[in-house]
Design a protein around this ligand. Structure first.
Ligand SMILES: NC(=O)c1ccc[n+]([C@@H]2O[C@H](COP(=O)([O-])OP(=O)(O)OC[C@H]3O[C@@H](n4cnc5c(N)ncnc54)[C@H](OP(=O)(O)O)[C@@H]3O)[C@@H](O)[C@H]2O)c1
Length: 273
């Protein structure tokens, strides 16, 4: 399947919609959807977004679902509530994710475990829950938010980068399974974006900031816009921003020995100050 598709969805379900990229996805998708399901933990932030979207899009039907996606039972409840109803998504955006920036050995296990549950298990579980209904009607799309980091072994960011390698590889493989049956799968691989991500990824209240991150920063409006264009054209993968796209192409051409050398000389974690 190739070529342009009309960007019109019956229902889009966006995880991590209470801020950052997820909130921007909700804003940009609102004119292209009949229904939007907003998922994250912070109920108040979801309700505020809902209120703003209702003002701009009075015909849009909205539902906020406050839950912790790192918990198996809460994900299961969401799938059970939605499946078989008009709120079952024909567009699933697995966006919620988090990082942990710092040496692996000194990391907090609860945080690392939560990151694996959110970045890997939740993406896989929601896809497994919602894909069968898409296959039944022969139409749907899954957009998994991965990262440029998925291409690299990153010291101080190893678990996060590896979790995103999973997301990219899973998306590519799933795409090959379902593309002939009317389902698009896209891996969105952004470089650095200014959102709440850096603060949460940092340790001891120090945000995760490196000179490299700032060099490749792309505004989140541009990231989401490029992602939706890629979805419309049924692309397998997108690296928003020309600098990031160029960097990704360069990394893909390098032999592993060169990547190891470069990453071992990369500037390590520094504070925002
Ligand atoms: N920012 C970057 O530089 C960057 C670069 C490449 C890729 N990404 C990826 O982009 C995606 C979005 O991140 P962002 O930059 O927008 O970060 P963000 O501003 O921190 O937003 C993360 C979102 O995920 C939600 N979330 C976190 N933990 C959750 C949980 N346990 N259950 C439910 N929702 C949860 C948060 O809402 P609550 O706190 O309300 O739950 C929030 O809405 C992530 O997958 C991230 O890995 C980010």
């Amino acid at each position: 399947m190739s070529g342009s598709r009309s960007l019109l969805y019956e229902c889009a379900l966006i995880t991590g919609a209470s801020g950052g990229l997820g909130e921007e996805f909700a804003r940009q998708l609102a004119p292209h959807c009949r229904r939007l399901v907003l998922v994250a933990r912070r109920e108040e932030a979801l309700k505020q977004l809902e209120t703003r979207l209702r003002i701009d899009h009075p015909d849009l039907q909205l539902a906020s679902v406050p839950l912790d996606l790192s918990r198996d039972s809460e994900r299961g409840e969401l799938i059970d509530q939605v499946i078989g109803t008009e709120w079952a998504p024909d567009l699933l955006i697995n966006n919620a994710g988090m990082g942990d920036y710092g040496e692996f050995a000194t990391g907090n296990w609860e945080k690392v475990h939560g990151m694996l549950d959110l970045n890997i298990v939740a993406v896989t579980h929601l896809t497994h829950g919602f894909l069968p209904e898409m296959l039944k009607v022969g139409r749907g799309a899954i957009l998994n938010v991965s990262s440029l980091a998925s291409l690299l072994p990153i010291p101080d960011f190893g678990v996060y980068a590896a979790s995103k390698s999973y997301v990219t590889d899973f998306s590519e493989a799933l795409r090959l399974e379902v593309r002939e049956r009317g389902i698009s799968v896209l891996a969105l691989c952004p470089g650095p974006i200014h959102t709440g991500f850096g603060k949460i990824a940092g340790r001891d209240g120090v945000p995760a900031v490196t000179p490299i991150r700032e060099l490749f920063h792309v505004p989140m409006e541009e990231v989401v816009h490029e992602a939706l264009v890629a979805l419309q054209w049924d692309w397998p993968r997108v690296y928003p921003g020309w600098r990031v796209a160029l960097l990704a192409a360069g990394i893909s051409l390098l032999p592993m020995a060169a990547i190891r050398y470069i990453m071992s000389h990369r500037p390590r974690s520094i504070s925002a100050e």
